[in-house]
Ligand binder design. Structure first.
Ligand SMILES: NC(=O)c1ccc[n+]([C@@H]2O[C@H](COP(=O)([O-])OP(=O)(O)OC[C@H]3O[C@@H](n4cnc5c(N)ncnc54)[C@H](OP(=O)(O)O)[C@@H]3O)[C@@H](O)[C@H]2O)c1
Length: 202
């Protein structure tokens, strides 16, 4: 698939490296191709295509938003035309706020986009190394139950995670709560950033 990743930091760089290794055409969109983070990404992934946000989006089928939460309103407004109809993955978090995600902001700017909420509820280190004691980490996500969903399952699996679809975006607060739980366990209960929840069944 043609994947545009907006943001070349921890989340964007980690996901992009994995998908490039899996054979996808990955282009990173950044505001500054010479930023410290862009340079670090080029060192880690010498063949990385790093371009402007507009150029990265032009040909993409899937768009991953991996920039700070507060940047998303402007990003989607400025690029609404090229984002129309695309699969958009919102990874952004505004922990502590009433609404942690950017779903409403994205949908208001791009009503035709198919928005998924994924890669928000675990730390980037777990996306880089998704096995714990030989077990594959589960990744809980939500989004439309349509023909885009199998592609999301595949993209999550290519990161090395086990995808668990929780429902449409009607349950986005549940997916966000898993992120809040992860953060609370780490920052208030002293667990390391390498913890994850596992769905078990008999
Ligand atoms: N870190 C985690 O473990 C984690 C886990 C789940 C979700 N998230 C969410 O994922 C998103 C990215 O987190 P991160 O840890 O990858 O952050 P990061 O390492 O700080 O990277 C952020 C990226 O966003 C870019 N950026 C900042 N302001 C921008 C703007 N106005 N327009 C365009 N690009 C801009 C930065 O560009 P420059 O290179 O120019 O600075 C950088 O490439 C956040 O919303 C965060 O809440 C993070």
């Amino acid at each position: 698939m043609k994947i545009a990743i907006l943001g070349v930091g921890n989340i964007g760089g980690t996901l992009g490296k994995k998908w490039a290794d899996a054979g996808h055409q990955v282009v990173f969109g950044t505001r500054d191709a010479n930023s410290r983070k862009a340079q670090a990404l080029r060192q880690a992934l010498p063949n990385a295509k790093i371009d402007t946000v507009a150029n990265a989006l032009s040909d993409a089928e899937v768009v991953v938003i991996a920039t700070p939460h507060a940047t998303v309103a402007d990003l989607v407004k400025q690029n609404a035309v090229s984002l129309a109809g695309k699969t958009v993955i919102d990874t952004t978090n505004n922990f502590g706020a009433l609404v942690v995600n950017n779903l409403a902001t994205i949908q208001a700017a791009i009503p035709t986009a198919q928005v998924f909420r994924a890669f928000n509820s675990l730390g980037w280190e777990l996306f880089a190394n998704p096995q714990i004691d030989g077990q594959t980490i589960d990744h809980f996500y939500c989004g439309p139950d349509n023909d885009r969903r199998p592609a999301l399952d595949k993209l999550i699996a290519e990161i090395g995670l086990h995808p668990v679809w929780v429902g449409t975006n009607d349950v986005i607060n549940i997916v966000d709560a898993l992120g809040s739980l992860w953060v609370t366990l780490i920052f208030q209960c002293g667990y390391p950033r390498t913890i994850a929840l596992k769905l078990v069944q008999r």
